[in-house]
Design a protein around this ligand. Structure first.
Ligand SMILES: Cc1cc2nc3c(=O)[nH]c(=O)nc-3n(C[C@H](O)[C@H](O)[C@H](O)COP(=O)(O)OP(=O)(O)OC[C@H]3O[C@@H](n4cnc5c(N)ncnc54)[C@H](O)[C@@H]3O)c2cc1C
Length: 396
């Protein structure tokens, strides 16, 4: 099949790039390995006796500072499905008991650190270097480091401080933080249905080569697609592998990045079977899971759900045992389970220099690269990167 651009990877990076390419009038093909689009932007759907429920297995919150995402949501005519998130707390789980994050902080240490809030700059500092000065070393070690590690589901001590939480201009008329009536995946589905975008799922891309000036993309199932422009929206290691024969220098530069796998297990429980108070997420310091993100932010009449984000390499039994202990329920009370593995980048101080070199290498080439390992891993970072890559292509 012939297209102007073939995009490999159907997470929010690939989908938003498809949105921009199709908007520019290009015949756009998107290839996704899984049987549905969304990647880490994927809400699991469950139904029982006609009752429907969804659970976020990856991303869960959007903000009014996600301006590029909001523009896409508006263009897809789904702004009316934006809904608020219930104000329930992010809590700590200590000895299987839920306690508040604030009660675990040493307030005197926070007060002592106040001058640093005004004088310290994030630039060039790691998360540990910056935040241990902002809240105090003990508070950082005991509380905040676990809270931060829960964000990308991996230790974040060495992450660049300026890439963890970014301040962006906000759309004041939009809810500060929100989700969508049917979960975040409704955005993925709406983009995939746009005119000019051909989406093919269950397409595990295994090879890319250049033939007669066009990119030829082949899949594990024997599919073949060709395009004038190639776009990669897969984790950095996959993109590096696929580019090896086309552009070894870019492949090598991508290969320098590290990433972590997150094994997520979702559990759905009938409401009456669970006594844990409503929470946005549970964070359990030094545990085998980084966080258990709850659906309590969009309460349901019949079910509650939690996505446990585990360290990689644990057995199914060990994960399920920990889930039942943490929630205080027996396995028999779990109505439904689901599993996914997502890949998240392990960013390091110096990433900006890596990015500048990457962009110099891409200059003038009809290869587009997007993903969650450029300006940051938030949804808006992915969409902004896709937008700037689509603009680079228009100017080529
Ligand atoms: C647990 C968790 C919670 C998060 N919470 C938030 C949040 O609340 N708010 C926020 O802003 N961000 C959040 N994030 C970050 C954000 O969700 C991700 O960074 C973003 O969704 C990544 O999108 P992506 O398209 O770059 O990558 P992915 O979503 O990983 O998509 C890459 C796609 O490429 C496909 N693929 C891989 N190899 C191939 C191949 N060979 N052929 C074809 N397809 C292939 C994959 O199947 C996948 O669908 C969270 C992330 C995680 C993991």
């Amino acid at each position: 099949m012939k297209s102007d651009v073939v995009i490999i990877g159907g997470g929010i990076s690939g989908l938003s790039l498809a949105f921009y390419c199709a908007g520019a009038g290009l015949k756009t093909t998107l290839l996704e390995k899984n049987d549905s689009v969304g990647g880490s932007f994927n809400s699991h759907q469950f139904s029982e006796n006609g009752l429907k429920f969804w659970l976020e297995m990856g991303a869960h919150t959007c903000y009014n500072s996600y301006q590029n995402l909001l523009d896409i949501v508006e263009a897809c005519n789904i702004s009316d499905t934006i809904i608020p998130r219930e104000k329930v707390p992010f809590s700590l789980l200590i000895d299987n008991k839920v306690t508040s994050l604030m009660s675990a902080l040493n307030i005197f240490e926070v007060l002592k650190s106040i001058p640093a809030i005004f004088s310290l700059k994030k630039d060039g500092l790691s998360v540990r270097e910056y935040y241990s000065k902002i809240v105090g070393q003990e508070n950082y070690n005991k509380v905040l480091s676990h809270f931060f590690s829960a964000v990308p589901s991996q230790p974040t001590d060495d992450f660049p401080a300026d890439m963890m939480f970014k301040s962006r201009p906000k759309r004041k008329e939009v809810l500060k933080n929100y989700t969508f009536t049917n979960g975040l995946q409704s955005v993925a589905r709406a983009i995939a249905k746009r005119r000019g975008i051909n989406v093919f799922t269950s397409q595990d891309v295994t090879g890319v080569e250049m033939l007669d000036g066009r990119y030829v993309i082949t899949t594990a199932g024997g599919g073949s697609y060709s395009a004038a422009t190639l776009a990669l929206a897969t984790p950095s290691a996959v993109s590096s592998h696929l580019l090896q024969s086309i552009d070894p220098a870019i492949a090598g530069h991508l290969g320098k990045l590290k990433a972590a796998s997150v094994d997520s297990v979702g559990v759905i429980i009938r409401k009456g079977d669970l006594s844990v108070k409503p929470v946005a997420a549970l964070i359990s310091p030094n545990d085998i899971f980084y966080s258990a993100v709850s659906r309590d932010v969009v309460p349901d009449e019949h079910f509650r759900g939690f996505a446990f984000h585990f360290k990689p390499g644990l057995s199914e039994e060990k994960k399920m045992k920990r889930i039942t202990e943490a929630l205080g329920v027996s396995t028999a009370k779990i109505a439904h389970t689901c599993q996914v593995t997502n890949v998240v980048p392990s960013l390091r101080v110096g990433h900006k220099e890596w990015l500048e070199s990457m962009d110099r290498m891409l200059s003038g080439k009809n290869i587009l690269l997007t993903g969650n390992y450029f300006g940051g891993m938030a949804i808006e970072d992915c969409v902004s990167r896709s937008r700037s890559e689509s603009e680079r292509m228009k100017n080529m």
